[in-house]
Design a protein around this ligand. Structure first.
Ligand code: CU
Length: 526
C-alpha cells in the first residue's frame, strides 16, 4: 500500500527513463602507486537526459571515469586534445587543458598549471604526486582554458577525482557500498541557451536509485556542471555529511538537503527510509537573484526503496561518533592562525550581465592581482555588489569560511568553493574567509575566480602569486600552448628551475626531472 501511495504522490520525472537505474561511472584506481590514465577529448555520440547527440567528452563518455588515488600516489595523465565539431556547444577544434579542482598540488606544469594550454591535436602528460598529508575526499577535473571553460564543461568535459581514505577516519562505515553521483547542467541541442539548463545525475533525468529499507550507503556527490546550482533533497532519506569540498568534517553533520553551488562536492552517508516506496529525488529551487539564471525545483530521479529491510540501528548510532586519527588541519587550527593582512575583494558586473569584474577589473593574465609570501595568512572579505549570486573558488588550497552575511547563513568550515549572496536593497552580500598561504606546494602563480564559469569566462578571475621566502618577484605570467609540433615547455622548465633555486618544489617532488620535455607530439589518425 505504501508503494501505491508514494507512486500517486510522485508524478513528474523524466518520462521514458523512469524505470532505468542510474548508471555508475567507471572507477579507475591507482596501481602500484601510480594512476596511468589517458583522457581523450573528442566528439562522441552521447545520450543525456534521453536525447542522443554528439558532444566533445572524455573517452566517449558524458560521465567519464572517477579517478581514484591514495596519498603518496603519482598521477600520470595524458590529455589528448581531439576536440572538434559536434552538435552541442563546439563548432571547431580549440585549445584546452586540465585543472585538478580541490587538489593542493603545485600550480606549475606538469602539475596543475592553468597557464598552459594544450593545442588542437596535441597530447600532454600531466604528472604530479598526491602529497602524503593531503586531505582525503572528493575533488574533480575539468578544462580551465580561460574563455573556453563554460563551453567545454557544458559539453560534458568534467569528472570526479578522489583521494581515497576518507573512511579510514570513519572506520565504522568502511563496509558500506560507495556510489558516485555527478550532477551536471547542459543546454540540449535546440534548447534556448538563455533559459534554465537541463540538469542530470550521471547524465540521466528521471532514472531510479535503488536502496533497501533502512540501508546505509556512502554517496560521493559533486556539482561538476558549469553554471547551475543543485540543492539535493530526498524526502524520508537522511543525509549525514562526512566531507565537504574534500575536507573531512570532525563529526558527521545532518543535512536536510545537500546544497552544491557549481564546483562543490559533498560525501554523505545516506540512510534510506524504513518504508518501502518511491521517493522523489529533487533539486530544490535556488534563488540566484534578480539577474541570476533560473534554478527552479525539479525532480531529477526517483528513489526506489524496496527489498529486504536492513537493520542499521547499531550503525546509525555511530553517526554520532567523531572522526578518528584526523591528521589534516582543522577549522579550529586555521582559525587560530595569526592574520598577516586583511583584504576586501569585490565582485561586480555590467548591467547587461555580460561582463564580470573582480575589484572593477576583468581578468588579465599578465597582471598579478594578489602577491603574498609563503606563510602569510590573510582574512578576505568577499563582497558581492551585484544582483546575482557569485561563487568564490581559489586554486591549490582550502580556505576557512568564517561568516556569511554576518552570520545569517550557517555554511562555515573548510571549503574550496563558497557561494556569495547577491546584493539586496543596496546591501551587498558579504562572506568572510581565512586564506592560509601556508603549504609550500602552492608556491607559484594560480587563480581565484567565480565558479559560475560563464562569469569566469566573462572576466571574473584574478591572479595570485605565492612567493617563496626571500623572493621579491616571480617571472612574469604568460599563457603558452603546447602544440603537436612544438612540444617542449620551456617556460614551465624555467619556472621549475626558479622554484628549485628556492628549494621549494624540488624538495617535495624529488623524481621530477627539470630538463625533460613533458609534452609529447603524437597526434593520432582519427
Ligand atoms: Cu559569478
Amino acid at each position: 500500500m505504501a508503494l501505491a501511495l508514494a507512486l500517486a504522490a510522485c508524478g513528474g520525472g523524466g518520462g521514458s527513463e523512469v524505470d532505468e537505474t542510474i548508471p555508475e561511472p567507471e572507477v579507475l584506481s591507482s596501481k602500484g602507486g601510480v594512476l596511468n590514465v589517458t583522457l581523450r577529448q573528442s566528439p562522441s555520440s552521447v545520450v543525456v537526459a534521453g536525447h542522443r547527440f554528439t558532444s566533445n567528452v572524455f573517452n566517449d563518455s558524458y560521465i567519464p571515469p572517477v579517478l581514484k588515488l591514495r596519498r603518496g600516489d603519482r598521477m600520470a595523465l595524458t590529455l589528448q586534445n581531439r576536440i572538434g565539431k559536434a552538435d552541442n556547444q563546439i563548432d571547431a577544434p580549440m585549445e584546452t587543458n586540465l585543472h585538478y579542482h580541490g587538489m593542493s598540488i603545485t600550480p606549475i606544469a606538469p602539475g596543475d598549471d592553468v597557464f598552459l594550454h594544450v593545442g588542437s591535436g596535441a597530447d600532454y602528460l600531466y604528472e604530479w604526486d598526491v602529497p602524503a598529508n593531503h586531505p582525503q575526499g572528493a575533488h574533480w577535473y575539468h578544462p580551465h582554458a580561460h574563455g573556453l571553460v563554460e563551453t567545454q564543461i557544458l559539453s560534458g568535459m568534467s569528472g570526479m577525482l578522489i583521494v581515497d581514505g576518507l573512511l579510514d577516519h570513519y572506520p565504522a562505515f568502511q563496509q558500506l557500498r560507495e556510489r558516485h553521483y555527478l550532477m551536471k547542467d547542459i543546454v540540449l541541442p535546440g534548447d534556448d541557451p538563455g533559459g534554465a539548463k537541463t540538469k542530470t545525475i550521471n547524465g540521466r533525468l528521471g532514472g531510479t536509485i535503488r536502496l533497501r529499507p533502512g540501508e546505509m550507503q556512502v554517496w560521493n556527490l559533486g556539482n561538476l556542471g558549469a553554471d547551475a546550482y543543485f540543492d539535493l533533497a530526498i524526502e524520508g532519506l537522511q543525509f549525514w555529511e562526512l566531507n565537504r569540498d574534500g575536507n573531512i568534517l570532525p563529526k558527521p553533520r545532518r543535512l536536510d538537503s545537500v546544497f552544491l553551488p557549481p564546483g562543490s562536492r559533498s560525501t554523505v552517508i545516506v540512510v534510506a527510509p524504513a518504508v518501502i516506496g518511491l521517493y522523489p529525488v529533487r533539486t530544490r529551487a535556488v534563488d540566484t537573484g534578480p539577474k541570476g539564471d533560473p534554478n527552479d525545483t525539479l525532480q531529477l530521479a526517483t528513489l526506489v526503496v524496496d527489498g529486504v529491510p536492513v537493520d542499521s540501528a547499531v550503525l546509525q548510532a555511530r553517526l554520532g561518533d567523531s572522526a578518528v586519527a584526523l591528521d589534516t588541519a582543522t577549522a579550529a587550527q586555521i582559525a587560530a592562525l595569526p592574520i598577516t593582512r586583511q583584504r576586501t575583494i569585490t565582485f561586480s558586473e555590467t548591467d547587461d550581465g555580460n561582463t564580470f569584474f573582480i575589484d572593477g577589473r576583468t581578468y588579465d593574465v599578465s597582471r598579478d592581482d594578489v602577491v603574498v609570501h609563503l606563510g602569510e595568512v590573510e582574512e578576505w572579505t568577499l563582497v558581492n555588489v551585484s544582483a546575482e549570486r557569485h561563487v568564490f573558488h581559489i586554486h591549490q588550497m582550502d580556505f576557512l569560511v568564517k561568516s556569511i552575511n554576518n552570520g545569517d547563513i550557517d555554511e562555515t568550515g573548510l571549503r574550496d568553493v563558497i557561494d556569495i549572496p547577491y546584493a539586496q536593497n543596496g546591501v551587498p552580500g558579504v562572506v568572510k574567509i581565512i586564506v592560509p598561504f601556508t603549504d609550500p606546494l602552492m608556491v607559484g602563480r594560480f587563480v581565484f575566480h567565480c565558479h559560475i564559469v560563464e562569469h569566469e569566462d566573462g572576466g571574473m578571475m584574478a591572479n595570485v602569486v605565492v612567493l617563496p621566502p626571500g623572493a621579491s618577484a616571480m617571472p612574469a605570467a604568460r599563457m603558452r600552448t603546447m602544440t603537436a609540433s612544438s612540444s617542449i615547455d620551456t617556460i614551465g622548465a624555467s619556472l621549475r628551475r626558479w622554484l628549485a633555486d628556492y628549494g621549494v618544489v624540488a624538495a617535495n617532488r624529488p623524481s621530477m626531472d627539470l630538463e625533460v620535455p613533458v609534452c609529447t607530439a603524437a597526434p593520432q589518425a582519427q
